[in-house]
Design a protein around this ligand. Structure first.
Ligand code: EPU
Length: 430
């Protein structure tokens, strides 16, 4: 079992380069299935969600060639419409995107209900609503979602819930459907726009991505492209929070500062200095922060994927902070771990109240999901003493070389592989 050991309390300095966006690349790679020709996708991050996606595509018959560490050529011509079973789908949420792409290409798809971070109830009713509106029969049997359509015909769809996944799946299914599809109450996240831009570069006709009405006029075929994934807004935000928690001065390169604005604004409000340039930001931590209130919202609001990290910074801000999570039911699972480090946080439903303490203290803690893991790294870096972070596979799903990037900034972090305790020994201990 791998874990991170972090000695906290060090000031960091220097520069970090942000990788390609996880939530864009996990949509863009499956989107290549819709193309009739090979595609090159650049700026892909080295994270396990990418390797799982490429492995699934390779097992379907795609020819995958890594051109270098961050560019891959995918030839989708040999892909067969094979079912994606639970063993594969449980490993990440974005396997749902195979529903939209396989449906778009083959007019049928068979994919297990997805896995991903446990953040509470994560239904896919809006994805199915959209597929059905385009003329698809949707059935759930033995945990598998079965989609089939004689023809896909454009339609007008209003999402009852603002959903990134349903918007992306709707675009994928509609891109080669007959006629016009209009998606209303669409998600506006940067990764939705990036997927639409990528598909347009393959010859799709999508307008309005980034607003709440997206219009997709179906085309007969898509051609090859070379497309570079946008930088990861949440990885950048996480390093901004690292600078804040460790009171450091860090330059964060390869970012789109506009995407970071909701995070930047909150950090400035609590007392962090943020300077914005064309494609980088400089974050200068302060000695004292003031508590604030934050409510997560779909883009351009404060992103739920940054809620654990900013809450961690606020554990040491003076006064009371109030965090309201409006997207997911259960995104405070990291709070118990932060309490082990001395944070004073109480949670009632979707609201966490943080009473600032002077310092966190190092402790053994467990990453309960991807962003929770990032939050614990931030906590450990800012804390006094040594922390051990377990279950770091969650972190490696979405952050490329996290410990190397942090070490390059001067952090005292190492990854160690500790042998698992055999089950019999655990039983004896109990
Ligand atoms: N929802 C429904 N029905 C649906 C779909 C969603 O009720 O059919 C609800 C969800 O339960 C949730 C809300 O709508 O309450 C938003 O869910 P959304 O569909 O937008 O989330 P997602 O597509 O499952 C993506 C990201 C998440 C990120 C959310 C919100 C990917 C692969 N995942 O998930 O990323 O938190 O959007 O922005 O893009 C992460 O990166 O750590 C992460 C969890």
């Amino acid at each position: 079992m791998e874990k991170y050991i972090i000695k906290g309390g060090k000031k960091l300095s220097g520069e970090v380069v942000i990788s390609g966006a996880k939530n864009a690349v996990v949509a863009i790679l499956p989107a290549v299935i819709l193309s009739d020709e090979p595609c090159v996708i650049e700026n892909i991050p080295g994270i396990s969600d990418v390797s799982i996606t490429l492995q699934i595509m390779s097992e379907m018959g795609a020819k995958i060639r890594m051109i270098n560490k961050t560019s891959v050529e995918i030839d989708p011509r040999g892909i067969m419409n094979v079912p994606i079973p639970y063993e594969k789908a449980k490993r990440m949420r974005a396997t749902t995107y195979f529903l939209g792409t396989l449906l778009g290409r083959f007019h049928s798809a068979h994919v297990s209900m997805p896995g991903g971070c446990n953040l509470g109830d994560r239904p896919i009713d809006q994805h199915l609503k959209c597929f059905a509106a385009l003329g698809t029969k949707c059935e759930l049997d033995g945990g598998m979602i079965h989609l089939s359509a004689d023809r896909l015909v454009g339609n007008q769809i209003f999402f009852d819930k603002n959903s990134v996944g349903a918007t992306i799946n709707g675009i994928m299914a509609a891109v080669k459907a007959e006629g016009l599809t209009i998606i209303e109450n669409a998600a506006k996240e940067p990764h939705v726009v990036d997927l639409a831009n990528c598909l347009n570069s393959m010859g799709a006709d999508i307008i309005g991505a980034g607003t709440d009405v997206i219009k997709i006029r179906g085309v007969r075929s898509l051609h090859g492209t070379t497309y570079s994934v946008i930088p990861d807004q949440i990885e950048a935000g996480t390093f901004m929070a690292v600078a804040a928690a460790t009171k450091s001065d860090i330059i964060i390169r390869n970012v789109i500062p506009k995407h970071l604005e909701p995070i930047t604004n909150k950090l400035i409000k609590i007392g962090v200095q943020v300077e914005q340039f064309d494609d980088y930001v400089r974050v200068i931590g302060g000695e004292n922060y003031v508590g604030t209130s934050i409510k997560t919202h779909p883009h351009p609001g404060f992103p739920t994927d940054m809620q654990p990290q900013i809450s961690t910074v606020l554990t040491c801000a003076s006064g009371t902070s109030m965090i309201t999570e409006s997207i997911f039911d259960n995104r405070f699972r990291y709070v118990d771990e932060l309490r082990r480090m001395g944070a004073n946080i109480s949670v009632e439903g979707r609201v966490a109240v943080i009473e600032g303490v002077e310092k966190l203290k190092g402790a053994p803690v467990r990453a309960t999901d991807l962003r929770a893991g990032a939050a614990l790294i931030i906590a450990a870096l800012g804390a006094e003493g040594t922390s051990e972070i377990y279950d770091i596979y969650h972190i490696e799903r979405g952050y490329e070389n996290m410990e190397i990037k942090l070490r390059d900034l001067g952090a005292d972090i190492k990854k160690v592989d500790e042998p698992d305790i055999p089950e019999t020994e655990t039983k004896q201990a109990i």
